[in-house]
Write a protein that binds this ligand. Sequence first.
Ligand SMILES: Cc1cc2nc3c(=O)[nH]c(=O)nc-3n(C[C@H](O)[C@H](O)[C@H](O)COP(=O)(O)OP(=O)(O)OC[C@H]3O[C@@H](n4cnc5c(N)ncnc54)[C@H](O)[C@@H]3O)c2cc1C
Length: 710
Amino acid sequence: MPSMAIVSRLRRGDLFFSRLRRQLAVAVAACPFTSSAAHDAGTGVSGPHLPVLIVGAGPVGLVLSMLLTKFGIKCAVLEKSLSFSRHPQAHFINNRSMEIFRKLDGLAEEIESSQPPVDLWRKFIYCTSLSGSILGSVDHMQPEDFEKVNSPVCVAHLSQYKLVNLLLKKLEKLGMHVYRHDPSDDWEPDSPLEKRILMGHECTSIQPTNEGVIVTARVHNGTTLEERRLHCSILIASDGARSTIRRLVGVEMKGERGLQELISVHFMSMDLGNFLLKNRPGMLFFVFNQDAIGVLVAHHLEQGEFVLQIPYYPPQQNYQDFSPQACEKIISKLVGWALQDVQVLDIKPWVMHAEVAEKYLTCNNRVILVGDAAHRFPPAGGFGMNTGIQDVHNIAWKIFYFLKEVASSSVLQTYESERRPIAISNTNLSVENFKAAMSVPSALGLDPTVANSVHRAINTGLGSIIPKNMQKAVLEGIFSVGRAQLSDYVLNEKNPVGVMRLEKLKRIFAEGKSLQLQFPAHDLGFCYKEGALVADTSENTQYCNRAGSGRVSREYIPTGRPGSRLPHMHVKPFTAASTEETLSTLDLVSGDKPEFLLIIAPLKASYHIARVILTKAEELRVLLKVCVVWPHCSCQSRSTGSRAELEPWKNYIDVEECKKDRSWWDMCCLTNKGVLLVRPDEHIAWRTESDRVADAVSEAEKVLSRVLGL
Ligand SMILES: Cc1cc2nc3c(=O)[nH]c(=O)nc-3n(C[C@H](O)[C@H](O)[C@H](O)COP(=O)(O)OP(=O)(O)OC[C@H]3O[C@@H](n4cnc5c(N)ncnc54)[C@H](O)[C@@H]3O)c2cc1C
């Protein structure tokens, strides 16, 4: 039996396993999909038991597969489609995701070299047509973004499908292959599943067992259909906004549904690309004119690749109304002339929601929701994929320690207590940013909330009893009256209404009240308040998480508070060959193994704590490295470093601060007696000052037990 190893482990009878067995029995009894026979022979399970099965090969599922593979955890990915989508949804990669990508074998560097130059996408442009008057333009990059003060890496702009392609190449190098089921290729029931991305495999049902979950996948190969059953310890639902797994386990979404419906048109036009390159390069173009309204996303101006988002009002408007020819016409109206080389590649309707799953883990923590399966936001601010990437960065090391039987299953539960509040906060921020985007058409006399209310009234009120084609005519009539507000006659320096509206627009742009792109306080400053950490009880909360406090300034304030991301600062390793060689403090945390990092200053009391924690970590089988931060210009100590204090341990590094004007400890709101324990996901688990620790042994035990949920 594939799962015998786990069964025998469970029989070993130590305290941990008997507790786990009890938990599983309770959960299996409570779970709606329980089958008593599921773990026995006759379940038709093919292939050996997998530690982790990921459903959905979007960016989030793929990043998780890469993290787990690097940590040595066997996993496979099921993807229902036969090929990867080329429809470019996400394109803005925020700072934190780029920091995570820096650790994925140089993925961030490849994104930087594949993306268009930043001067081509740093602006949002508001205009009456792509060749007509510019109503305003907003630059979203600030000098500090390039100076890399807060992060060793910048934000990026790359189409989601190109990112997926880069990820697939990285996965290939780690031995993870894309497998397309071929009817001539007989499936051997015992053939290894791990390190495969199984295309054409649609998860249709799941069945929790005592050892994990049995997943049934419908296998498509283009012509035939068959069923396959796979068994795993942990099932990850990264199957997107309409998650099948979320539905199967009965998890509800909470929030606002159906904020707006849109048609997304992916098209190529070198003529448009060249025109915008020469005249008005930007990332987003908000076009408002009497004939059409739309938002154009320039995915790559130099390659002439665009996505147009058009508001869409079903059922009065049909998806079929948006044929490639109809879309070309709308594009011409937005451009201001008829492009000769438009090539429409794909047209997709989509609905904007602002919702977060009420639970992230079910079936005794065996089924875990990540990415869009767990939350779906308006794309304003580009938080969707980024939040998903950060979800899996949070869960990967927890899965490792749980499967290695170092941590209890409650460590998995901390994924929900840490990430769900962040998703709620990012939902609120995205909604607010979406409303800010609406302030521009409102100022132009084109209130989108009116259009939505009229549409709702037609669908639900008295309007619903009039015939469909009449409803369509009414809606069209109202829209064209609205769009008349955008005529040259109204939007004109000589028309007092036009002057007033244009003035209002100017104020919105100058005061930063239109759609924003960067939110460093949320992007880098998000902070877990409870979870796999020892929360700081100090009164000083001024540096804590500003995520959740509504629309905030751009400002990110570094802090060493537990739950925060480790601040970035350049340091120089004692072993550096040249004075130029520096590291970010974030680089001190390994990207290849789930290793904790203890940061101390070179003080007797701090070394004592380090030795005690190293011993405790070894006893618990927790990977741990120590970093000793020396003050700027500690040349006299360079030859010996911390050897005398930390021998026989080898897993430590001595670094010195690069600048004398700002100390590391100051940045972390600590004195140099500070001690910081950093998790493998670069979030701070615990901090203290060494002279405050009375009994290092019991403190070490308390901290590690807390973090691992023991
Ligand atoms: C217009 C637009 C612009 C956006 N811009 C940004 C942006 O700039 N930045 C940003 O961060 N986010 C952005 N987003 C959001 C972003 O696209 C999503 O958050 C992201 O795709 C989520 O990734 P995922 O891997 O969780 O899910 P998905 O990308 O949806 O992947 C899910 C995968 O699961 C597969 N699947 C589904 N069901 C099953 C099943 N039953 N069995 C097997 N496989 C299954 C699907 O085929 C798919 O491949 C944008 C979204 C839109 C619509």
